[in-house]
Design a protein around this ligand. Structure first.
Ligand code: GTP
Ligand code: MG
Length: 200
């Protein structure tokens, strides 16, 4: 898919105030610092569209971007940020869960997992919650540039072996790097395919 335009639309904590759900939508989620905002910027080739930071907890709102005037990309706050107060964390759960459960045009959640680390409990629990609620998702491994190819492949094998303890089949998976652009074409092709199957 060719990206012709990518524009910020709105930031929200209230799902009801999000842009009208009249276009296919894809949301990025995962632990704080996993690389959600960076990957969005790489996908649309606009370095400063979504705000990024080396300090976890940068993205705090539901951020809508419109791509090619045809579909929405959504950058969400990360989960599992240990330093956050408990009240902050439950607030996170509140509005993000509501967004995920209620957003009628949400075609697929991209759940980002750091390719350097084994599957974390919080990721496993989040995936299970998605499954229980029938929310379609894909898995996106991030930061592929940080390790050698063999190391990445063996880490992914360990993650997927763990996932297979819970899941009979795995959804689509993508190996990506916001640094080098690895996986960008594959992810965009997947979105394009979904867009074609879901006209609003
Ligand atoms: P929150 O908004 O805090 O939940 O984080 P996030 O998941 O949006 O992460 P963000 O994109 O802000 O990136 C976090 C840090 O990881 C930044 O320092 C990025 O430069 C770095 N980073 C993200 N993706 C990559 C990648 O593919 N390769 C490398 N080397 N660094 C990356
Ligand atoms: Mg972010």
């Amino acid at each position: 898919m060719i990206i012709r335009s990518a524009e910020f639309v709105a930031s929200n904590t209230e799902p009801a105030k999000c842009p009208a759900p009249n276009k296919p939508e894809y949301a990025f989620i995962g632990r704080s610092n996993v690389g959600k905002s960076s990957l969005i910027n790489r996908l649309v080739a606009k370095k400063k569209l979504a705000k990024t930071s080396s300090t976890p907890g940068k993205t705090q709102l539901i951020n809508h971007f419109i791509i090619n005037e045809q579909w929405f990309l959504v950058d969400l706050p990360g989960y599992g940020y240990a330093k956050k107060a408990k009240t902050e964390r439950s607030k996170w759960a509140g509005f993000i869960e509501k967004y995920i459960l209620q957003r009628e045009n949400l075609i697929c959640m991209f759940v980002l997992l750091d390719s350097r680390h084994p599957l974390q409990k919080i990721d496993e629990e989040f995936l299970t919650w998605l499954g229980e609620n029938g929310i379609p998702f894909s898995i996106v491994y991030t930061k592929a540039d940080k390790l050698g190819k063999n190391q990445v492949q063996s880490n992914i094998a360990v993650i997927e072996r763990d996932l297979m303890k819970t899941w009979e089949t795995l959804p689509s998976r993508f190996l990506t790097s916001a640094e080098t652009g690895t996986g960008r074409e594959e992810l965009l092709a997947f979105i394009e395919e979904c867009n074609q199957a879901n006209t609003f």
